[in-house]
Design a protein around this ligand. Structure first.
Ligand code: ACO
Length: 325
């Protein structure tokens, strides 16, 4: 018995922010952003659009595609680091919006690894019999914690949401293996300093721009490559998938140079690695969820395909999921 993704959905806000647009906002160039990151444009949510709105749109699409009625969902997990509020959880807000009246709901905070941590949680709940139908949503409004005066971070992020609906399945298809790791020792390299109990909001924190994301990008870069490779290799090995049997790797979409480095070490061809960060930027937890749903909607994923999902994010957190589609 396995936990299987029976449908997916995604949502991207309408507004497109291009690298040319960013040239007018900070001291940067279209060329620097393209060459250093691979990002050409990203989507930015409107002022009235919160994380739960985008998450609900993605979740609704997944439910509709599967033909599952809202009352049949018994668990909602939302992966996000940009919740609508400190509490209630964004998962509870999505539950309300989608009328998932028979579900219990909670958030997972694992930054860019949030979607994979959530899939692993869903798998455990389904395998233990504690849940029958789990809606996993990964949604981020990264623009709400982006410092639009910091050229080293504001060019990287975008907004959006992806969702996956999971059920138990005895066909042999589904999640084959999962791998989750964290290292809190390096948490300061990627952090929103204020707004929590350590540094509650005050005039000083607002003036110091401490409610925005801060990142030592080049330090994060090195660890990201190493740990994403470790995750991919661990899940493939546990699932018994040899590198020449991998149909598609969907990596966290942070930087094309990170993705290329992983692809090279795993000896993967261009068509074996899914990339959309040129259009989306880094949407943190939502990144792999959007990519998976896009690939699904484009029929890139074929029944029986071996797919490896791999992530790295703040915390630090990193994870892998191997699945047979
Ligand atoms: N435009 C022009 N120049 C810039 C810009 C910009 N937008 N940003 C930085 N620079 C400059 C820097 O000031 C520096 O100049 P200097 O050499 O004169 O000091 C130079 O470019 C190089 O800066 P680096 O930070 O060393 O650039 P790097 O090649 O490392 O690229 C980047 C930066 C894109 C952030 C990269 O390090 C990266 O992708 N890191 C990993 C990000 C990641 O994976 N994060 C984890 C997930 S995110 C999450 O969890 C929320």
């Amino acid at each position: 018995m396995k936990a299987r993704i029976i449908s997916t959905g995604y949502y991207l806000p309408e507004r497109i922010l291009t690298n040319k647009d960013l040239e007018k906002m900070v001291d940067t160039t279209e060329e620097w952003i393209t060459q250093r990151t691979g990002i050409l444009e990203r989507r930015i949510a409107s002022e009235n659009e919160a994380t739960s709105d985008m998450g609900s749109a993605a979740g609704a699409a997944a439910l509709e595609k599967a033909g599952v009625s809202p009352g049949d969902v018994d668990t909602v997990i939302c992966a996000t680091i940009t919740p609508d509020h400190l509490f209630p959880s964004t998962a509870c807000l999505i539950q309300k919006k989608l009328k998932l009246s028979n579900a219990f709901a909670y958030d997972i905070s694992a930054a860019c690894s949030g979607f994979l941590y959530s899939l692993a949680s869903a798998e455990s709940l389904l395998k233990s019999g504690a849940a029958e139908t789990v809606l996993v949503v990964a949604a981020e409004k990264m623009s709400s914690i982006t410092d639009w005066k910091d050229r080293s971070t504001c060019v990287l992020f975008g907004d959006g949401a992806g969702a996956a609906l999971l059920k138990r399945d005895d066909s042999g298809r589904g999640i084959l293996s999962t791998y989750m790791k964290s290292d809190g020792n390096m948490g300061d390299l990627l952090i929103v300093p204020a707004g929590g109990s350590r540094m509650p909001a005050s005039e000083k924190t607002v003036a110091g721009r401490l409610h925005y994301l801060r990142m030592q990008g080049n330090e994060v870069f090195k660890v990201a490559v190493r740990n994403m490779l470790e995750s991919a290799q661990a899940v493939a090995e546990e699932a018994g998938i040899h590198s020449d049997e991998i149909n598609l790797v969907i990596p966290h979409q942070a930087n094309l140079r990170i993705i290329d480095a992983i692809a090279k070490r795993l000896k993967l061809g261009k068509d074996q690695v899914y990339v959309n960060l040129d259009r989306t930027g880094n949407t943190s937890a939502a990144s792999i969820a959007i990519s998976l749903a896009e690939a699904d909607s484009q029929s890139i994923l074929k029944e029986g395909d071996n797919i490896i999902l791999v992530s790295f994010g703040a915390g630090f957190t990193w994870a892998g999921v191997a699945l047979q589609w």
